[in-house]
Design a protein around this ligand. Structure first.
Ligand code: NAD
Length: 374
């Protein structure tokens, strides 16, 4: 089983090199010639898009980071400029809007651009950030299409800058523990894994998450990504097949995007997975049934309060600032020229899986997952 997992990964990486026509594997992507930074200083991060996630999580986390700090912002709302400048002591020259964004190329205080905009804007701002010579963190889902993801990857490669996705759970200890349990077959092979991520969306019908043009998909790209991620990093291999079903109980509200989606993965090593995502139901749990036991996180993906248990006893780790650890790790990747564990290729793989889920919903058929980017 273990060997099988490794060979499947290598198989995917080999495919990536071929498909992209780049002659590069993910390992060689950032190998040697990325933009050099002074290793003795904290790296400056500019947040692009000052909505809920930047305001409530990322900016506060950047007050706790060791390798990076909040050095600038990009906002389309003039009223926010003064508020953020005062609150975070930002010089006026480090505050940009969407029109003068590209001038950020000349700003040495900014090393990393963190794209925290509606999903449909991720590709454009990641490409522009790379063209400005800045390293990039892009929020999930990486983009609307896998083609856009590849353009983002290409732009960062061309500019010799690093690209990572805001997959904070890779830095969270309970989730790291289930990666260890699953990937090492500590309780034997995982026979069945069940994972759900969803919430009950409020009554603001104007929000961008309900608009196809800005969100791409509904629950699938927003919360479904957590379920896709959780199952894959626990099993430790990519699924081979997916079959999906969509349910719309409120068609007037979810006119443009999906409301509730259930989907199943078949893995090459024999694991079967059942996943659910919704903007109309609360769920947040990952449960793995193994040959000689079980383990579970319930909930598995919030910013705090993650709880775990297993047939061997409770899974208990400290609650951490996931975003601070995630951004510190990326800054460390830049400072020490190492690969991020959550690269653009991983974001592209998840968008490829979302595309296959949509295809399965459309056709009613099981879809084979081939040519995955990571
Ligand atoms: P939000 O609606 O609170 O903020 C979006 C920001 O984008 C706002 O500041 C808004 O002014 C700006 N914006 C620029 N152009 C816009 C346009 N045309 N329409 C609407 N807004 C526009 O959203 P959010 O919750 O902060 O989410 C932003 C991104 O971060 C999304 O991609 C989301 O998936 C991701 N996110 C990730 C996590 C995580 O845990 N990793 C959590 C929340 C959100």
């Amino acid at each position: 089983m273990k060997n099988h997992k490794i060979s499947r990964r290598n198989f995917n990486k080999t495919l990536t090199a071929g498909i992209g026509g780049l002659g590069l594997t993910p390992q060689t992507t950032f190998a040697s010639s990325f933009r050099k930074v002074n290793q003795d200083r904290k790296l400056g991060v500019a947040l692009v898009g000052l909505g809920n996630y930047s305001t409530g999580q990322l900016a506060p986390a950047l007050q706790e980071t060791k390798n990076c700090y909040l050095s600038g912002v990009v906002t389309g709302t003039p009223a926010k400029e003064k508020v953020w400048a005062e609150k975070y002591n930002l010089p006026e020259k480090n505050i940009y809007n969407y029109e003068n964004f590209d001038n950020i190329a000349d700003n040495e205080d900014i090393d990393i651009i963190y794209v925290v905009l509606p999903n449909a804007m991720h590709a454009e701002y990641t490409v522009r950030a790379a063209q400005a010579g800045k390293h990039v963190i892009c929020e999930k889902p990486m983009a609307i299409t896998s083609e856009e993801c590849q353009q983002m990857i290409n732009a960062c490669e061309r500019a010799n800058v690093k690209l990572s996705i805001g997959y904070r759970l890779h830095f969270e200890p309970h989730n790291q523990e289930i990666m260890r349990l699953g990937q090492n077959n500590v309780m034997g092979n995982i026979m069945f894994i069940d994972c759900g991520a969803g919430y009950l969306m409020g009554d603001n019908w104007d929000q961008w998450r309900l608009k196809k043009e800005l969100a791409g998909t509904g629950a699938l790209g927003n919360m479904g990504v957590y379920a896709i991620q959780g199952v894959i990093y626990t099993v430790g291999e990519n699924p081979l097949y997916v079959r999906a079903q969509e349910f719309k109980t409120k068609p007037e509200k979810f006119k443009e995007v999906d409301e509730t989606v259930t989907f199943q993965f078949e893995f090459p090593g024999g694991t079967v997975a059942n996943l659910q995502t919704s903007h109309n139901a609360r769920t947040n749990r990952l449960y793995a049934s193994c040959e000689s036991g079980w383990f579970e996180l319930d909930p598995f993906s919030p910013y705090g309060g993650i709880k775990g248990s297993s047939s061997n006893g409770p899974i208990v780790y400290p609650q951490v600032n996931q975003q601070a650890l995630q951004m510190d790790d990326f800054a460390d990747c830049i400072l020490n020229d190492r690969k991020t564990p959550v690269p653009g290729e991983m974001g592209k793989r998840d968008v490829q899986i979302i595309e296959a889920i949509l295809e399965s919903i459309d056709t009613g058929e099981k879809v084979m997952l081939s040519d995955l980017a990571f």
